[in-house]
Design a protein around this ligand. Sequence first.
Ligand code: SAM
Ligand code: SF4
Length: 356
Amino acid sequence: MSLSQPRKLIDSFGRVHNSLRISVTDRCNIRCFYCMPAGDVEFLPKEHLLTFEEIERLVRIGVTLGIDRVRLTGGEPLVRRDLSVLVQKLSAIEGIRDIGLTTNGVLLADQAQDLWDAGLRRLNVSLDALDPEVFRKVTRRDGYEKVLEGIEEARRVGFSPIKLNAVSVRGLTEDQIVPFGQLARDTDTVIRFIEFMPLDADSQWQRDKVLFAHEIIDRLTAAFGSLVPVDQVDQEASPSDDVPSSKQPALLPQHSHSPSQDFVFADGRGRIGFIASVSRPFCQSCNRFRVTAEGKLRNCLFSLEETDVKSLLRTGADDESIAQAMLECVAAKKEGHEINTARFLQPARPMYSIGG
Ligand code: SAM
Ligand code: SF4
């Protein structure tokens, strides 16, 4: 079959995949306890990482199979040298409609302008606390001020709205919920609370450490009034006088494949999303697959199998063989993760080495 024939990355449950998450490194400059080990980490040698040219080729082949969205992640993507060069290469690929980046923000202030100039427009910054002490407890490093500077600079160069991802952990981040709610109400920042998932390196995850979306909703509504699902909000309404309407994230529609279920406060201010992977799995509408920094295709965060595409890229395989590897990887996707069952097996790779 030739590459020019339209084929889709479709699994046996009929889910069509158009979104590829690309890990550009397994390295990171902080050590979030839910992701990285506390002790020494052995990172991949540089020569094992896919080069920018290899990533570009993979994406070009993906486009022929229906990929039109990519997100760069890691590890911390901004520790990969010259990341904006990769963004530029990917922006130039015809058929790619959307490039996003997920970062911890520590190095963002220095790179925001270059990333913007290279064509990046969607930015998610991970920040679990608005309190430097709690930040330190989670990340086991300093850097809180740098993240805030990074967000400010990103806003200055034009990123809007900026989404903040906050992992919620019982006994640790409860007190951050209301300040985050306030931030969402006062600015165009979208806050997305993520339930803690069993992907940490030290196997510390326990169900009772997950601060569930419904508990967060209860705290937010107690503080600010009820939350309304975004898809039930009148898109013509002008929810807040404090933020210019061109920058009203509350007015943006809910994306049907987004893992985040988004809400706005009933008074129209503040957009809050919930990525409730544990309490409300969204596997049914999943449209994404992944490639790790060393070129392993994974059809799910939780998958126990992977496809080695780097060896294909480095042994002269033609585009068709690589396309076939992608198609087979996606076709083999399981119906869903099994976190809520006794069958669940945590993957050997922790989050930083998969690419979240
Ligand atoms: N270093 C970048 C960052 O932190 O944004 C990108 C990679 S990080 C693995 C991607 C996202 O995964 C972050 O938002 C992070 O908070 C989230 N994450 C990591 N481990 C997680 C876990 N065990 N449960 C839920 N989310 C997790
Ligand atoms: Fe680093 Fe991101 Fe993992 Fe935190 S979540 S340790 S910032 S890769």
